[in-house]
Write a protein that binds this ligand. Structure first.
Ligand SMILES: [Fe+2]
Ligand SMILES: [Fe+2]
Length: 293
């Protein structure tokens, strides 16, 4: 049976400003919750170096791409990722000013990515990128399908995640197509890389907030209590924010999977229409959030 196709068009949006240069965003911007904030801060801290790694692994196959449409998509993908890297770097500088040793974190991520580039094949690296891109493409569904996830979050940070999530959905199939059509990566390598990417993502997401909270001066006992509550919020059996994503994740392991089989988040148009009319990522984020369930 043929699958329905859900394809958005990548659009490069440059120079967006979310006001991260000033320090008026609350330290615990996620509704005052230290665990949730530091978890989100940690995930986004890996982005600038992650984006550069994604671009490098896809660009390794640039000269072998013959399809002009895919060639153009790769260019837009690289430009979108470059812009994401720039904004998340500004956000990281904000964290550094709070006294967190973010440079040490990004230094470790850079080392890890460079090690991957050095020791794994180009095919495996692009398969890692396709896997990570599946995770980032789920960001919109994860954070913006329902109001409860980002309820009470600072509007500026919310708007950054909305913009990034939207563009990840727009280019969700680009790295995958390069991996499959150009690098000719098969099922085993593709799913092994996903398992590897998942393991690495989960480990980082769980370990990094621990040290960030420690650096915030929160004692061990209180950190354990924050983690106990936070882990239920993330992985609780019924309402866990990440638990909801398991079916979309499992689809990646199906032979014959393609990212365009997954529909865009239901309030994608609310963001896009508002942005197209106003060129304002804050207004677009507000419209998207208002349209969430
Ligand atoms: Fe990105
Ligand atoms: Fe991406």
């Amino acid at each position: 049976m043929a699958h329905a196709e859900y394809k958005e068009t990548p659009e490069v949006r440059m120079g967006l400003d979310f006001g991260f240069k000033g320090d008026d965003i609350p330290k615990y911007w996620m509704a005052g919750d230290p665990f949730r904030t530091r978890m989100m801060d940690a995930v986004q801290a890996t982005f600038p170096d992650g984006e550069r790694y994604f671009i490098t692994t896809v660009m390794a196959f640039k000269d072998q791409i013959e399809d002009p449409e895919l060639k153009a998509e790769v260019k837009d993908f690289a430009m979108q990722e470059g812009q994401h890297g720039r904004v998340h770097t500004e956000f990281n500088e904000r964290l550094q000013r709070q006294g967190l040793d973010i440079k040490r974190v990004t230094g470790m991520i850079l080392k890890l990515n460079n090690r991957r580039l050095k020791y794994f094949s180009a095919k495996y690296n692009v398969a890692m990128t396709a896997a990570f891109e599946h995770l980032t493409a789920m960001m919109a569904e994860l954070f913006f399908a329902e109001k409860r996830v980002l309820a009470g979050a600072d509007e500026r940070v919310k708007a950054m995640f909305a913009w990034h999530a939207i563009e990840e959905m727009e280019h969700k199939a680009v790295a995958y197509d390069v991996m499959q059509k150009v690098a000719k990566v098969g099922y085993i390598r593709r799913t092994t890389a996903m398992t590897h990417a998942l393991f690495s993502f989960t480990l980082n997401t769980l370990i990094m907030p621990w040290f960030m909270l420690k650096s915030d001066g929160i004692g061990r006992r209180e950190r354990l209590a924050l983690y106990a509550r936070g882990l239920v919020w993330m992985f609780g059996p019924r309402k866990g924010v990440f638990t909801r994503m398991v079916p979309a994740l499992a689809k990646y392991y199906k032979p014959g999977f393609h990212p365009n089989q997954l529909p865009s988040v239901h309030n994608y148009d609310a963001w896009k229409n508002t942005y197209d009319q106003s060129q304002d990522p804050m207004a677009a984020s507000e419209a998207m959030y208002a349209a969430a369930h």
